[in-house]
Write a protein that binds this ligand. Structure first.
Ligand code: FAD
Length: 339
């Protein structure tokens, strides 16, 4: 839509942290519009790992990423957020006490404060430099797994040594016909507990660790893989039989237009003051993966706390001089919910 809107707070990014920011703002009586480039809410959780269980959300011993997003949307709903999905915020301009935001589809929003919850920006996977890989992408080479079931009975080669590679090796054990994990070092850079589970499955023979090897070439025809060649650093090549290759080499950080908004940056992140998540421009706050400060943890739960800090700081700007006489959700009551 090319409509013009006016609101208290515009939130850029509808990932888990942007969604929780709606709730935190709502509790402090601030209305929100939320913009996301993807056509669905949920950020990385929805786009990259909807079926992967998350174990470190307080109060949820285990919750699938897609379910967490559904609950965050439900938790925000009583505050009637307005979503503008499938459009990237291209421009952010300050005009006195107000900010004007414009999107790639022409939507214009005027707000009194901005919460940037843009994760890693416009994200895309890092693609391994293999000849002809484009022909296999989306058919037998995937940078994300939407449904575990799609991998049932397949010979899967996973490449990478970080959390995604390890988590997916664990999640596909027992579903895939075989799993080989290719990493250029013997040691994995994953959560220690997950790395220990991987080692256990490797000892049990459920997973084969192909280390230290690097991807070398793809074999197959018509977009369908038959094998993946891997090589040692000395160039010794080995062929792995495979139906599917899952390269997990992280996300390319592309701040896109955010880099041009005049905010102080810290290596592709927005530098903030952690107690308020204020950026270098008063009225613009950054939360979640895109925010940087000493000791920052790129975890959903840290992002939730940052959303609370930002909302409280913004409230003071929007309602100056008003005393905050409530602090807990239980004493205020949530609109739409029984007290
Ligand atoms: P994101 O989820 O990245 O969402 C940001 C959103 O902003 C995106 O939807 C993007 O489209 C949008 N956006 C960016 N720029 C613009 C723009 N200019 N205009 C409009 N929209 C824009 N964390 C945990 O705590 N526990 C886990 O178990 C866990 N497991 C993970 C497993 C994997 C495989 C991966 C990849 C990550 C995992 N994480 C985990 C990390 C977690 O997903 C991130 O910390 C979290 O998604 C950050 O949330 P966010 O809302 O800050 O950003």
């Amino acid at each position: 839509s090319s409509a013009a809107h006016e609101t208290d707070v515009v939130i850029i990014g509808a990932g888990p942290v942007g969604l929780f920011a709606i709730f935190e703002c709502g509790m402090l009586r601030m209305r929100c519009h939320v913009v996301d480039a993807l056509d669905t809410a949920g950020g990385q959780c929805a786009a990259l790992y909807p079926e992967k269980p998350i174990y470190d959300i307080p109060g949820h011993p285990r919750i699938d990423a897609a379910d967490l997003i559904d609950r965050l949307v439900e938790q925000a709903a009583p505050f009637s957020p307005v979503y503008h999905l499938g459009q990237q915020v291209t421009a952010l301009v300050q005009d006195g006490e107000r900010f004007h935001v414009e999107t790639s589809t022409g939507t214009r929003i005027t707000a009194r404060a901005v919460v940037v919850a843009a994760g890693v920006g416009a994200f895309g996977p890092n693609r391994p430099p293999l000849d002809g890989i484009e022909a296999y992408e989306g058919r037998s080479v995937f940078y994300m797994v939407k449904r575990r079931e799609d991998m049932r009975g397949k010979r899967v080669v996973i490449a990478g040594g970080g959390d995604s590679a390890v988590d997916w090796a664990l999640a596909l054990a027992g579903i895939a016909a075989s799993i080989m994990v290719v990493h250029r070092r013997p040691k994995f850079r994953a959560a220690p507990e997950m790395a220990a589970r991987l080692d256990q499955l490797a000892r049990d023979g459920a997973i084969e660790l192909v280390v230290p090897y690097q991807l070398h070439a793809l074999a197959g025809a018509g977009g369908m893989l038959t094998g993946v060649d891997v090589a040692t650093l000395d160039g010794v090549v080995r062929r792995l039989d495979a139906d599917v290759l899952l390269p997990f080499f992280g996300l390319a950080m592309n701040l896109g237009p955010i880099a041009e908004w005049g905010l102080d940056l810290d290596r592709s992140h927005i530098a903030v003051e952690p107690s308020t998540c204020a950026s270098s421009v008063p009225g613009i706050h950054a939360v979640g993966d895109i925010a940087s400060y000493p000791g920052k943890l790129k975890l959903i739960l840290s992002g939730f706390a940052e959303a609370a800090a930002a909302a409280h700081a913004i409230r003071g700007r929007i309602f100056p001089g008003e005393v905050l006489h409530f602090e807990y959700s239980t004493t205020q009551g949530v609109p739409g919910l029984a007290a």
